[in-house]
Design a protein around this ligand. Sequence first.
Ligand SMILES: Cc1ncc(COP(=O)(O)O)c(C=O)c1O
Length: 392
Amino acid sequence: MKSRDGGARRIHADHAAGSFPKPACVVEAIVSAAARLHSPGRGAYRESLEAMSVVEGCRAKVAKVLGASDPSRVVLAAGQTDALNMVIKGAAMQAVRLGRAAHVVATTLEHNAVLRPLKGLETWGVTHALVPPRDHAVTPSDIEAAIRPDTCLVVMTHASNVTGAIQPVREVAAICRSRGVMLLVDAAQTAGHLPIDVDQWGVDALAAPGHKGLLGPQGIAALVLRAGVEDRIDAWREGGTGGDSASARQPQDMPGRFEAGTMNVLGAAGLAAGAGHLLSLPLGVETVRLHGVTIANAMLTAARTGRLGEFRVIGPLEAEAMVPVFALRHPRLDPAEVAVMLESNFGILSRAGLACAPLAAGGPALRVSFGASTTIDEVATVVAALECISKI
Ligand SMILES: Cc1ncc(COP(=O)(O)O)c(C=O)c1O
C-alpha cells in the first residue's frame, strides 16, 4: 500500500511521542496563521490583534476540552516540559522564598520532565518521595501516606507514557484537597484521549501538550490552574507581556503572569484547530476514548491468543485500565533492534528504550502507541509484524 505522498506505506505507532497525521484543519490553520498573522499582543494593528484573538480562541477551545469553565485559567506554555517546570519549580521557589521546608510527592511512573526538575531542586534543599505503583497503578492511600507536613506539591502522571496505565488522579485530588496540598497532573498521555474535567475533579493544576492527543503542533502546551492556585506558584519566567511596560514587575493578571515573551501564535492556531476537531467529534473526546479501548482490546487479545509471538505486554491487561500505549518485551530480542526491523521491513514507526521514564517499566522496552487516527487495520499490521519478528 502507498502513502498519501506516493511513498511506501508508513504506520505511525508512536502516538505517545506525538500524534500523526494531524487533521487537515490543523495544517491549514498553521499555514494560514503563518501567512497572515504577526506577533500577538504587541501592536494595535489588525494583524497583531487578530493574532491575539487566535490565542484567546485557543484558550477557549482547550478549556472546553479539559473541562475548565474559565479560559483565563489556561496558561499557554512553550511545551509540556515547560508547563510542568512552571509549577514544580514555581511552587518550590515560593516555599524557599518564604523560608519554608519544601517536599514534593511524585511517582516512579513519572517522565524525566518531572523527575529531572525534582532532582535539580535537591540543590535548593527541596526533597521528594517517589511512590511506586502496585500492579501498574499507584494506590491513592500510598500517595496519602507519603504526604508530610512540609509537602507543598503532589505531581503525578495521568497515564504512564510507557505502560499506558491510567492513574487514579480523581481520588488523589480529593486527598490533596483534604490535606491542603497542591496537585499537579501531567496529562501528556491523556488529554484528548480520555474525557477530563478539571473543574469537577478539583485538580489544582493540569498540564496538557499540544502535539499529542490534542492533535496540534509541537512547542505549545496548556497549563490549567484552578482559581487561586496561581498565588501558590512563583512565576520564574519574567519579561515582556506587551502591556504595562513601565512597571518593573511582572504583571499579576492571569494568565499573563506566566506568559512572558512572544506567544507561539502558529502553535496556538494549530492547537485551537486540533481542540476544535476533538470538540466536533460526535461524542467529543469520548469518541477517541471508545476507539482507544477498541485498539487496546485488539492488542491485548492478540497478546492473549499468542499472536504477538513471544512478545510480552508490560502493563495492564485490561483495555479500560489503559490508554493505547504498550510496552513490550521479548525474551531474546533487543527492543532497539526490533524497532529498526519494524521500520525497515514493515514501515512501522515505534520507540525503543526507556521512553524518558527510566523507573516506569524496570528497564528498556519496545513501545507501540496509537491514537485517534490509528485504524484497526494498522493495529492488525503491527500485530502481524511483531508475530513475524518474534520468530526470528
Ligand atoms: C508523561 C509525559 N510527561 C511529559 C512529557 C514531556 O513532553 P514534552 O517533551 O513534549 O515537553 C512527555 C513526553 O513524551 C510525557 O509522555
